[in-house]
Design a protein around this ligand. Structure first.
Ligand code: GSH
Length: 210
């Protein structure tokens, strides 16, 4: 399998899931700041939306949505328990939260990176930032509540939900959104960052998301 990723983006979560799965893979970094780089050109050719992740499966098929990639990898490595087994209600609950992470959480926090593209005018930015931040905090509160008395989103065991949530919540550091008012989130990030597979990916991508 081949994963195209950009360091610290949502595609890092697929990198983490691949590493946790123990399956063989190649990770190829794409630097969107170098638009004429062959890997950037290839990504734009493979996915007209111009977004990562892109996973090329062992038999040459393409997936380019985080949600599908996480499920696909989890199902290829069932012994790693990266998702509850097919046919259980636990699995449906896991997919429910995975969908929350991929849509509400990812897109509310991620939108804040686009603020400078909306306007460079502070008077325009301020109300838009407030609107975006209110929604981001609503999603962070939701996930903080979900984590009460749990080590991971599905309870005692790490799943792909945690790989994805870890990366997206980690963006708060770059966006200067303090987590101090949340009772679980900082410990949660620390707990995940010290997992050997996660630490290996963070080192490979040159990141500190904790
Ligand atoms: N629908 C996609 C969205 C992925 C997405 O938003 N990727 C962002 C990075 S987090 C991206 O590649 N943006 C293009 C860019 O940074 O130029 C998914 O959930 O997999």
């Amino acid at each position: 399998m081949k994963l195209y990723y950009s360091a610290g983006s949502c595609s890092t979560s697929c990198h983490i899931t691949l590493e946790e799965s123990g399956l063989p893979y190649t990770a190829i970094e794409v630097d969107f700041d170098r638009p004429t780089d062959p890997n950037t050109l290839l990504v734009n050719q493979l996915n007209s939306l111009g977004t990562l992740p892109i996973l090329i499966t062992g038999d040459g098929k393409q997936l380019d949505q985080n949600l599908a990639i996480h499920i696909y990898i989890a199902d290829l490595a069932p012994k790693k328990n990266l998702l509850p087994p097919f046919g259980t209600f636990d699995r449906i609950e896991a997919l429910n939260t995975l969908s929350f992470v991929a849509s509400d959480l990812h897109k509310s926090i991620g939108a804040l990176f686009s603020l400078p593209s909306i306007s460079s005018e502070p008077s325009v930015q301020a109300p838009v930032r407030k609107f975006m931040l209110d929604r981001a905090h609503q999603c962070l509160r939701y996930i903080d509540t979900q984590l009460a008395e749990k080590d991971y989103l599905m309870g005692k065991f790490f799943t792909v939900l945690d790989a994805y949530a870890f990366v997206v919540i980690g963006w708060t550091k770059w966006l200067e959104i303090p987590l101090a008012s949340y009772s679980q989130l900082q410990n949660y990030l620390t707990r995940i960052s010290v997992r050997p597979a996660v630490a290996k990916v963070l080192q490979a991508e040159g990141l500190n998301l904790e």
